[in-house]
Design a protein around this ligand. Structure first.
Ligand code: PRP
Length: 172
């Protein structure tokens, strides 16, 4: 059976543009923050978000893995790829596709904090507050959704469906 659309392409574009405007307004001119894209899922959101941010911004990547090919987080977060830029004294905006249990963000946040970032904020495209195992609140949230397994716009299930240009509820 087909997956059901939860958030359309148009809704995504509109909301990401709003988030870009908000973030551009919130950072001081000359702050030159680093957008830290959490691979792989956040790649699509980060690319769209950055195109909607009008302040000068650097880009770096971190890759972590918590889910493997499972539907639920193992709770063990492994850093698969480290960021390259020096974060000491820099403003860093962690860009994530989804916050579910909160375990991944808690670990990434701690990891970047330990690299000496001066101001650390988080932007997530999707938030599932009802699925939290540890408390974590993002500074910028695209959409808050029910705890269903979603795919598309970068989000996968066992490495499938990332290229679907909208958010759908997995039907399996
Ligand atoms: C997904 C997602 C977040 C995390 C959220 O990553 O991109 O990083 O899970 O879940 P949590 O709040 O329960 O920790 P995943 O490990 O599936 O890697 P991917 O981005 O490469 O798909």
């Amino acid at each position: 059976m087909a997956h059901v659309t939860l958030i359309t392409k148009d809704q995504i574009a509109k909301r990401v543009a709003e988030m870009g405007r908000q973030i551009s307004a919130d950072y001081a001119a000359g702050a030159n923050p680093i957008a830290l894209c959490v691979l792989k899922g956040a790649m699509f959101f980060c690319a769209d978000l950055m195109r909607n941010i009008t302040i000068d911004m650097a880009l770096d990547f971190i890759q972590i893995s918590s889910y493997g090919n499972e539907k639920y987080s193992s709770g063990v977060v492994t850093v698969l790829k480290e960021p390259q830029l020096d974060m000491h004294g820099r403003a860093v905006l962690i860009v994530e596709d989804i916050i579910d249990s909160g375990l991944s963000m808690r670990e990434v946040f701690r990891y970047i904090e330990s690299r000496g970032a001066s101001m650390l904020r988080t932007a997530t495209f999707l938030d599932k507050p009802a699925a939290r195992k540890v408390e974590f609140r993002a500074d910028y949230v695209g959409f808050s959704i029910d705890p269903k397994f979603v795919i598309g716009y970068g989000l996968d299930y066992a490495e499938r469906y990332r290229n679907i240009p909208e958010i759908q509820v997995l039907n399996e």
